[in-house]
Design a protein around this ligand. Structure first.
Ligand SMILES: [Zn+2]
Length: 380
C-alpha cells in the first residue's frame, strides 16, 4: 500500500571535484568522516532508506512531526554536525595536500519533498520507490547555487512546506522554481543553512551544570529525543508538565520558538513566564522563569533540561539552579528560604510535573497518538 511521507536527500556538494583534484587517500578519509558523521546522526523520525555514494536518502512517515519547526530543526542539526566536523578537520590538520586544503570547499545540500511512496524489497533490503522518490532525486540537479550563490541549503518543495505546515517559516526563505524535463515546474523554498549555523555557534551557552545544580530531576521516557522535544513544545503537554491551565507563546520568530521566545503558562490568573535563554534541539534547552506572584516579583529561577538519547528512549535530566533576585535584600531572604524548604518545594513540583508528563506520554503512545506509534505500526 502506498504511504505518504517526507523524502529527504542529504548530498555532499563538491564531492566529485574534490576526489578528482585532491590526493585520493586523504580525500577519501575526509569524505568518509563527513559521511559517517551524517549517517550516525540521521535518526528517528528519519529512517535511512539508501546510501547513494555521496548522498544519504532517508524518509519519515507523514505524521512524524507535530510542530512544524521540528522538521526544520532536524535538518539544521544534520547541517551543524556536518559543518562542525568539517571545521574541526580543517582546524586540526597540518597536512598541506590538495585534499586537506580543499576541506572548506565541501558543502552540504538537502532536498526535501513530500509525497507518496511504496516500500519494496530489493535484494533483501527494504527500499522505497515511486514518482515522488524520483522527483526528490532530480532536485539535486538544480540551478540554486548558480542563481542565488547559496551553497549550503535545504530546498523544500512546496508540497513539503504545506505538509509540514511550514508556510509561516518559509517566509524567511528564498522562493525558487526549478524546471525539469517531463516534470515541468517544481516550486519550492531555499533555506540558507550557513547563517543559521553561524548564529547557533556564536550564541552564548547558558546551562545549569548538573554537577553544580541545587536539584536534579531525572526520568526516562519511552520515545526518542526529537519526539519528546516535539511533545514538549505542545501546549497540551506543557500544561501537564507545568500543572498549568493554559499555555501561550510570545516572541516567536516566523512562528518558531527560538532563543528569546517565551512560554506563558497560566495557573488560573497567575502567570509564569518561561523565557528560553538557550535552545539546542534536541539536546537541551535552558529556561529562565519568573512569576507574576507579588512576593516573587523580581525573582528568577533557571533550569536546563537535557535530553539524552538512550536507544529508542530518552533520559531526561532537569538541572535546577539557585534562584536570583534583582533586589539584594530579597536575594538574601530568598537564599534563606530556598535552603529552608522552598527549593525542596520547587523540586517536588517539578518531579510531580515530570511524572505526570511521563504518564500521559505512555498513555498517548499506547493509544497511537504519538509518532512513535506510527513507526511501529508502519513496520508491520
Ligand atoms: Zn592531506
Amino acid at each position: 500500500m502506498p504511504q505518504q511521507g517526507y523524502l529527504l536527500i542529504a548530498d555532499i556538494a563538491g564531492y566529485t571535484a574534490f576526489l578528482t583534484r585532491g590526493e585520493l587517500e586523504h580525500a577519501q578519509d575526509i569524505l568518509s568522516t563527513l559521511f559517517h558523521a551524517l549517517l550516525d546522526n540521521t535518526r528517528y523520525p528519519l529512517i535511512v532508506s539508501k546510501l547513494e555514494g555521496d548522498a544519504i536518502f532517508s524518509y519519515a512517515p507523514g505524521k512524524s512531526f507535530v510542530n512544524p519547526q521540528i522538521l526544520l530543526e532536524t535538518i539544521e542539526n544534520l547541517y551543524y554536525v556536518f559543518a562542525d566536523t568539517q571545521e574541526k578537520m580543517h582546524r586540526n590538520t597540518t597536512c598541506t595536500c590538495t585534499a586537506c586544503s580543499l576541506i572548506p570547499t565541501l558543502d552540504l545540500k538537502f532536498a526535501m519533498h513530500y509525497g507518496e511512496f511504496l516500500e519494496v524489497n530489493i535484494g533483501g533490503s527494504q527500499e522505497i520507490s515511486g514518482a515522488d522518490v524520483i522527483l526528490v532525486h532530480r532536485l539535486l540537479k538544480n540551478t540554486i547555487t548558480e542563481k542565488t550563490n547559496v551553497k549550503a541549503y535545504a530546498y523544500f518543495t512546496k508540497a513539503s512546506i504545506e505538509a509540514a505546515q511550514l508556510t509561516e517559516m518559509a517566509a524567511g526563505m528564498l522562493p525558487h522554481t526549478e524546471n525539469y524535463e517531463h516534470l515541468g515546474d517544481v516550486e519550492g523554498y531555499i533555506h540558507d543553512l550557513k547563517p543559521v549555523w553561524k548564529a547557533q555557534r556564536e550564541a552564548r551557552r547558558v546551562r545549569v551544570d548538573p554537577e553544580k545544580a541545587d536539584f536534579i530531576v531525572t526520568r526516562d521516557f519511552p520515545i526518542p529525543p526529537a519526539t519528546l522535544w516535539d511533545c514538549m513544545l505542545k501546549p497540551e503537554y506543557r500544561n501537564i508538565f507545568n500543572s498549568s491551565t493554559k499555555t501561550d507563546y510570545a516572541g516567536l520568530k516566523l512562528g518558531r520558538v527560538v532563543r528569546g521566545s517565551e512560554f506563558h503558562c497560566y495557573h488560573g490568573k497567575r502567570l509564569t513566564r518561561q523565557t528560553v535563554v538557550d535552545w539546542h534541539p534536541f539536546d537541551y534547552y535552558t529556561s529562565e522563569d519568573s512569576t507574576s506572584m507579588m512576593l516573587m516579583n523580581g525573582m528568577k529561577t533557571v533550569y536546563t533540561i537535557y535530553f539524552v538519547s538512550n536507544g529508542e528512549n530518552t533520559s531526561v535530566q532537569l538541572a535546577l539552579g539557585s534562584p536570583t533576585h534583582t533586589n539584594l535584600f530579597m536575594q538574601k531572604l530568598l537564599n534563606l528560604m530556598w535552603k529552608n524548604g522552598m527549593g525542596q518545594m520547587f523540586y517536588q513540583e517539578i518531579s510531580k510535573g515530570m511524572q505526570n508528563l511521563k504518564a500521559r506520554i505512555v498513555e498517548d503512545l499506547a493509544a497511537g497518538k504519538i509518532a512513535q506509534a506510527v513507526l511501529i505500526n508502519h513496520v508491520e
